[in-house]
Design a protein around this ligand. Sequence first.
Ligand SMILES: [Fe+2]
Length: 177
Amino acid sequence: MASEETLPNSDFAFDLLKKLKVPYNVRRHSLKVAEKALELAEKIKLREIDMDLIEIGSLLHDIGRCKTHGFNHALIGAKIIRERGLSERLAKICETHILGGLDKEDAKQVGLPERDLLPQTLEEKIICLADKHLAGTKEVSIEQRFEKWFNKYGKTQILTKAKERIEKIQREIEDLM
Ligand SMILES: [Fe+2]
């Protein structure tokens, strides 16, 4: 499908967020995630990164928050992207950015369809990691990000697993720098 190749520019992406009434704070957050993800991607020397995909994927990763702030915003976001004929690569970024990605069991546990929603490509991993570095618009370490969640929700199995997974992604990305 030709539409799978379509990557909108940043003005289009940002206007789409506004048009769908993604809340202002989420739009600010998404801009920060884009900044952080580009910063990480620029440091990577050992692999080819699609910088446009990093930027646009970051801007749109939370587009599903126009409908819900629950975990399902990942799948709703992907659906919005696909319905609009935008790149499947952007849909995948939406689907795989929650926590450190969700495996089948995690997905089922949080009430999503039982399938793996794990970041696979380097771009997906970088955006997932950058997102964890932003608490709203405030840059935090992975340690701080998870401390906040642990304080709020307890040291649940799903959060503990997520932390291990994102730390693994972080090591993998740093190894490419
Ligand atoms: Fe999100």
